[in-house]
Design a protein around this ligand. Structure first.
Ligand code: FO1
Length: 321
């Protein structure tokens, strides 16, 4: 059995811990297709927050409180950059994390594609799954805001500097029109027995993946059932800024509304099935099979049970009732 997961960073990484655990029980292979829209080049370094959150979390090295960066981190580089007055000062690079960005940037500058660089970094962290960036090309989420007039800022500035608390018009996936799926992505999707959409932010984590030309088509025209897991429980995001992002799109913050935003595969959308929390058991999405299960990712066991429920909804072998 081959499981492909479309995923963002922190929430997606926690979901993948459960996917990996359940996959081990049933002897399945897992490939994560990871968002790169959050990626940013700062201080000359290429930073890939979602790839790193997944890699560190599955490698047992993520900071459990922050959800991003390394556990046991130190901040000497950040303090030294501040002494120089080097901008941006609102983005914190930990010392251990900086080593990852140095290795990555050196390899990228030498001409290796991001997918190969990611595989090289994973040799250290042994995530136990295959991690692929959605694309090897430059694709960055920018946000059109009102700040001394209307202008676009990088997603990281919108979120880390302003906490999304600025008048926001829309999200733009810069470079998406020319991007190609990264090496291995289309092959993984074509060979998948099931595609899971992680409980990640639909607007800035999953949408940039689907914006890579040919990627959404490969998923919906492919043979595998597609089941999404709601990132909204009882009208609030499990974590992160999905509420602010959905408000920008005028989409209600509810499991049903996010399911409808993805839409039914049978009607030009994405989903065959939509797994919601028991608190949202009444949610209905036209054309999509909806099932309720506990969706709080408290620990590996609870998250693995979510995955079993998602596979059952997908109707593939290995799911449990
Ligand atoms: N989030 C913050 O809130 N503040 C930071 O200074 C910060 C630095 C940072 C450095 C590397 C990295 O991989 C992630 C980092 N994040 C930081 C998290 C990141 O901004 C977002 O949470 C994700 O991009 C959203 O998934």
């Amino acid at each position: 059995m081959r499981i492909v997961v479309l995923t963002g960073g922190i929430g997606g990484a926690r979901f993948l811990v459960g996917v990996r655990a359940y996959a081990r029980q049933i002897g399945a292979d897992v490939t994560a297709v990871v968002n790169v829209g959050d990626d940013v080049r700062l201080h000359g370094l290429q930073i890939c927050p979602d790839l790193d959150s997944v890699m560190y979390t599955l490698g047992g090295a993520a900071d459990p409180e922050r959800g991003w960066g390394r556990v046991g981190e130190t901040w000497v580089v950040k303090e030294e950059l501040a002494e120089y007055g080097a901008e941006p000062s609102w983005f914190g690079l930990g010392d251990k994390d900086t080593a990852t960005h140095l290795v990555r940037t050196t390899m990228l500058n030498a001409g290796y594609p991001l997918s190969q660089v990611t595989a090289a970094l994973c040799e250290r962290w042994q995530p136990g799954i295959t991690m692929l960036p959605a694309t090897d090309d430059r694709l960055e989420t920018h946000v059109v805001v009102d700040l001394d007039g209307q202008r676009a800022i990088h997603f990281q500035e919108w979120w880390v500097r302003y906490r999304g608390d600025v008048p926001t018009h829309r999200f733009v996936f810069v470079g998406a029109d020319k991007a190609k799926p990264a090496a291995g992505v289309l092959e993984a999707i074509a060979a998948a027995d099931v595609v899971l959409v992680a409980p990640s932010n639909p607007v800035v984590s999953i949408a940039p993946i689907l914006a890579v030309p040919g990627l959404k088509e490969a998923v919906v025209d492919g043979p595998a059932p597609i089941v999404g897991v709601s990132p909204i429980i009882g009208g609030a995001p499990v974590r992160g800024m999905a509420d602010r992002c959905l408000a920008t799109l005028d989409v209600e913050v509810s499991a049903a509304a996010v399911g409808a935003l993805y839409g039914a595969r049978s009607a030009g959308g994405l989903l065959d099935g939509w797994l919601v929390d028991e608190a949202d058991a009444q949610a209905a999405v036209p054309g999509v099979r909806v099932k309720a299960a506990p969706l709080w990712m408290r620990d590996e066991e609870a998250t693995s049970a979510m995955v079993a429920a998602a596979l059952e909804l997908a109707g593939v072998e290995g799911g449990t009732a």
